[in-house]
Write a protein that binds this ligand. Structure first.
Ligand code: AMP
Ligand code: MG
Length: 408
């Protein structure tokens, strides 16, 4: 029997095939969730001018160097400046300018004192305390210097990054093009909801989960007609899928049953097999191939197995094809909250809910761990990585877990 690939080996083999499909520029309004295709350097400094971070009075620190409660310094308020405007005069000795949050510091002033800290009457402000030059001034370029690298190629455009790009006046934004993912389900038993089920039929659930993963990342999907369990039907559908997409994900038909014809169809097509079989549970029959530069990830039809392997291999592959630089699932240490009674001759990914209690992260088992169980898959937020050769695991042992994908 052929040696099964380790998860890391499978990830490496697949990611070697993962290339982006081009770049373009989009308006700020369309950039959220996309991936930067170029490093972005600041075209201007931020803030663009010295500004007041509060409502108060701008003045010269030297004028108030001897201020005290017993002997307040009186300054004449000569002008008011608010955000969006510029003071018309230079602040001279003995004078102050009333200033609002966000307004530019008037020339000549080098300190701002908040309203709450002063006494005020009839155009005169009284200062009772010494403030050092520079107090309460946000200097131009303090946040971002002109020319500074603010975001690297491969970074996902988050709400905060969008704000930064907008604040710098960057528009449009260079991003990678989205990819087309063809989704192909195989199996004579599959029916689309809500069509009534005949005896022996089941609803096609994998398609909907896989499409949602793609949507989550902003990838486009092309759904192929479900292929019956016949070599020719599968080969035809695979060919169709490859002609329409940058990447193909299939489910079903990869095990060793009489009607598991996906490996045969892939070979018949002339696709180069990257690996056949994974050294982990669930989902060990999964395989991957490449045809004319396009990766094909073939998953077991068992829903939990399909989704777990998609989390571990499919998501990194999609992310890299979309241009992201961080693609592998995040790993956390977690303390097992319950006894896990099974031994694991193979590496095993166990559905758990990570919950923080105090400073400790606990992993709680979430129901049936069978290959086909969907309820526990929907309930979990992480997969506990149980090493090959583990015996039954008592509560309290510490293992690593990978987070499963969420929309938020
Ligand atoms: P297979 O990998 O084709 O041997 O299928 C393994 C199990 O998963 C069988 O019980 C199938 O009925 C089920 N299955 C296959 N494809 C799907 C699908 N798209 N949605 C839900 N269950 C599926
Ligand atoms: Mg099948």
């Amino acid at each position: 029997m052929k040696k099964k690939a380790s998860l890391e080996e499978a990830q490496r083999l697949l990611l070697e095939q993962a290339v982006t499909v081009g770049e373009y520029r989009v308006p700020l309004a369309a950039a959220a969730g996309k991936v930067l295709s170029q490093n972005v350097f600041a075209p201007m400094k931020l803030p663009p001018f010295d500004r007041s971070p509060l409502d108060g009075y701008a003045m010269r620190a030297i004028d108030i160097r001897q201020a005290s409660v017993a002997k307040p310094v009186a300054l004449r308020v000569v002008e008011e400046v608010r955000a969006g405007f510029v003071a018309s005069q230079i602040v001279k000795s003995g004078c102050a300018v009333k200033i609002m949050t966000g307004a530019p510091i008037p020339a000549g002033a080098d300190v701002v004192i908040p309203f709450e800290e002063v006494e005020y009457s009839a155009n005169v402000v009284y200062i009772e305390e010494v403030y050092a030059s520079g107090s309460n001034i946000v200097y131009a370029g303090e946040d971002v210097a002109k020319g500074e690298l603010v975001a690297r190629k491969g970074t996902v455009v988050t709400p905060a990054l969008l704000g930064l790009l907008a604040a710098l006046g960057v528009e449009p934004i260079p991003v990678y093009k989205s990819i087309n993912v063809a989704l192909l389900s195989t199996g004579d038993e599959l029916v689309e909801p809500p069509h009534p089920l005949e005896p022996g039929e089941i609803y096609n659930s994998n398609l909907h989960s896989l499409r949602a993963y793609c949507q989550m990342l902003g990838a486009k999907t092309v759904v192929q007609n479900t292929a019956s369990d016949e070599e020719e039907a599968i080969t035809d559908r695979l060919q169709e899928a490859l002609s329409q997409a940058d990447l193909v994900v299939t489910t079903g038909g990869v095990s060793v049953g009489d009607y598991d014809l996906l490996p045969v169809a892939l070979k018949r097509l002339g696709a180069k097999v990257l690996f056949q079989g994974l050294a982990l549970k669930p989902g060990s029959p999964a395989m991957a191939a490449v045809f004319q530069g396009k990766p094909i990830l073939a998953l077991s039809g068992n829903p939990a197995a399909a989704l777990i392997v998609f989390e571990l291999l499919g998501m990194p592959l999609l992310k890299q094809m979309l241009g992201r630089k961080t693609v592998l699932p995040q790993r956390f240490s977690a303390t097992l909250a319950d006894d896990f009674s099974k031994s694991s001759s193979q590496r095993r990914f166990v559905r758990v809910c990570l919950e923080q209690q105090g400073t400790q992260m606990y992993a709680k088992l979430v129901g049936s761990q069978s290959n086909g169980a969907l309820q526990s898959m929907a309930a979990c937020n992480a997969l506990l990585d149980v090493p090959e050769g583990s015996g039954p695991l008592p509560a309290g042992c510490v293992l690593e877990a990978v987070l499963t994908s969420r929309f938020v």
